[in-house]
Design a protein. Structure first.
Length: 255
């Protein structure tokens, strides 16, 4: 007889999770195994509800500054785009959502922090909406954003207020997030920004940020992101592209 047994405790991107494997166990041990598994899953789910709401809370690293030392010049194209849209809609209720997607380690969270200071606005972090493993589909790794509660992100977008809002994180350009009811879509503008850096620079930053967890990024998270970018043409469909390589920053108009 086969049952599922907790056979290990690991960490993925700094988040504790349990590794499950199908193992052959004798019938008389099944009840004990199942009880142990249920207890461990309960502990894991309880921890999930208390998880930090954004990446920098989740990964405090005194070796890194709270944000990369990006100045306003790097974000100027975004700022100008937002100001132009607000001017265009002056005198009537309007909103601008800036969606920052792009490669892990490219600086999305840091640019979001810069923009929130400039516009005095709120930010929604995609990595504040990780799905607990119990809610993920068995083939979640085959799904774009299979580890993200996209419905929860959409609810947060619809419930948010203010003239400017920042949405940042991997999968922020996922198509399911950008269809709105007519009453919400009226006078709503979106600036989709793709943030990137060279592969070597990404590896350098992630090694510093993740330490021992970098191998997991190489094995899983980076390939999942790259497949999403390619399949949905995320970079190509963006309004702006920002490269954050040191000494080689560039901004390009998308579409």
């Amino acid at each position: 007889m086969y049952t599922t047994k907790v056979c290990g405790f690991q960490k993925k991107a700094g988040i504790p999770f349990f590794s499950f494997a199908r193992r052959k166990v004798r019938h008389e041990g099944k009840g004990e195994t199942q009880a142990f598994m249920n207890e461990e899953i309960h502990k894991h789910e309880a921890a999930e509800t208390k998880r930090p709401r954004n990446y920098h809370e989740l990964h405090p690293n005194p070796a890194l500054p709270s944000v990369y030392p990006y100045d306003e010049a790097l974000a100027r194209p975004i700022i100008e785009k937002v100001k132009a849209l607000r001017k265009e809609n002056a005198g009537k209720p309007s909103r601008v959502i800036v969606a920052l997607d792009g490669r892990c380690g490219s600086g999305k969270t840091s640019i979001a922090a810069l923009l929130t200071r400039i516009f005095k606005c709120d930010v929604i972090h995609m990595d504040g909406h990780y799905l607990p493993f119990s809610r993920r589909k068995p083939d979640w790794e085959a799904q774009h954003a299979g580890n993200i509660d996209l419905a929860g992100v959409k609810r947060a977008l619809l419930a948010s207020s203010g003239e400017v809002l920042i949405l940042e994180g991997s999968y922020a350009h996922h198509p399911s997030l950008w269809t709105f009811p007519a009453d919400k879509a009226e006078n709503l503008s979106c600036v989709k920004v793709f943030v990137t850096c060279a592969k070597e620079e990404q590896a350098r930053r992630l090694l510093l940020r993740e330490g021992a967890h970098f191998a997991e990024f190489e094995r899983l998270w980076i390939p999942l992101e790259e497949r999403y970018f390619a399949d949905l043409r995320v970079e190509e469909k963006s309004d702006l592209r920002i490269c954050t390589d040191p000494g080689g920053e560039e901004t390009k108009q998308g579409k």
